[in-house]
Design a protein around this ligand. Structure first.
Ligand code: HEC
Ligand code: HEC
Length: 279
């Protein structure tokens, strides 16, 4: 069937000793918390935990991204690694449902699976929170999920991100962060008529995917006088509005900037190196 799920198979999960410290870096680079925040009913829980339940408005309806803490009943405590990888890299729930691409698995599909397993290992170290899943407010769930399954044939490229041997190690690290966990394309690359990011216009900016105005271009930021150099952009990623960098606060970018500020210095510099190289 054309909309059949295309899961990762057990044999494709690499043998890997999880690295929790790397998992935390990847969790921040991927911005998991930005969407999986605790909802208003969890006001007594630790607000830094990704317990889920905060409303996320999307063009197809309101979703409540679920609990990522290790609670066995309402969180992902009982999930297998394979189920986790299939959710994050294929947009498939353990029940085989197609998850909507507002969950940016189309970018996470390009991550190294080891990095995804490390996120899982980091999440397993968090305190479990009881936070039952809340159903999405969408008109025709079955039809929508089937439609997503069809769309994946166009919009889900599962080739892992490939380094460019002509570029430096730092540039390649930045390119990986931007294009795989960081999912910068989801907002900064305009979409074609099939709602697939148009890579011929990569990072050219365009309408906001959630309908909140426009997203700026990331091309030629230095030539256009937006930032002096990569070091200036590094400071902007680390500090945002706090240091007077005004163009990183609205339309979801504020949350991205907060996440970037938690990355190791070398990773933020690598990301800035890559972004200023975009012509
Ligand atoms: C831009 C918002 C956004 C980001 C960022 C995000 N998610 Fe989600 N996530 C969602 C939404 C929305 C859903 C529910 C999708 C649906 O029901 O179709 C979801 C669903 C999930 C599910 C599936 C749960 C289930 O019961 O099937 C898992 C697991 C998950 N996310 C993990 C993660 C991890 C890990 C990260 C970071 C690597 C992450 N998410 C980043 C929005 C997001
Ligand atoms: C949820 C959508 C979204 C995502 C994901 C996102 N951005 Fe943004 N970004 C925006 C919006 C909207 C703005 C404009 C914000 C403003 O003017 O306050 C912006 C602004 C920026 C700017 C400032 C541009 C200028 O002209 O000064 C940079 C640089 C930037 N983003 C880089 C990134 C990078 C790198 C990533 C990935 C790590 C990323 N963004 C991910 C939406 C997003």
């Amino acid at each position: 069937m054309l909309s059949a799920p295309n899961p990762v198979s057990e044999g494709a999960i690499p043998a890997h000793t999880p690295d929790v410290a790397n998992g935390k870096i990847m969790y921040n680079a991927a911005g998991c918390f930005s969407c999986h925040k605790p909802g208003p009913e969890l006001k007594d829980a630790d607000q830094s935990l990704p317990a889920g339940g905060m409303a996320l408005k999307t063009p197809v309806g309101v979703f409540y991204p679920p609990n990522l803490t290790p609670d066995p009943e309402t969180g992902i405590g009982k999930w297998t690694d394979l189920e986790f990888v299939n959710a994050v890299q294929r947009g498939l729930s353990p029940e085989g449902q197609h998850l909507i691409p507002a969950f940016p698995y189309t970018s996470y599909a390009r991550m190294k699976t080891e990095d995804v397993l490390d996120i899982r290992a980091y999440l397993a170290t968090l305190q479990p929170v009881v936070s039952p899943e809340k159903p999405a407010e969408i008109p025709a769930p079955w039809l929508l999920r089937r439609g997503v399954g069809l769309w994946k044939h166009l919009g889900l490229d599962t080739t892992p991100w490939q380094p460019d041997p002509a570029q430096s190690a730092s540039w390649n690290r930045g390119a990986y962060i931007a294009n795989a966990p960081g999912h910068c394309n989801e907002c900064h690359t305009p979409r074609n008529v099939f709602m697939v990011p148009d890579m011929s216009r990569q990072f050219a900016g365009g309408p906001h995917p959630e309908g909140q105005g426009k997203v700026p271009s990331l091309r030629d930021l230095v030539g256009r006088g937006k930032y002096k150099d990569a070091a200036d952009l590094t400071l902007a990623f680390q500090n945002g509005e706090m240091l007077g960098y005004e163009n990183m606060s609205s339309g979801g970018m504020g949350a991205v900037q907060t996440n970037l500020s938690k990355l190791p210095q070398a990773d933020v510099e690598a990301l800035a190196d890559y972004i200023v190289s975009l012509k």
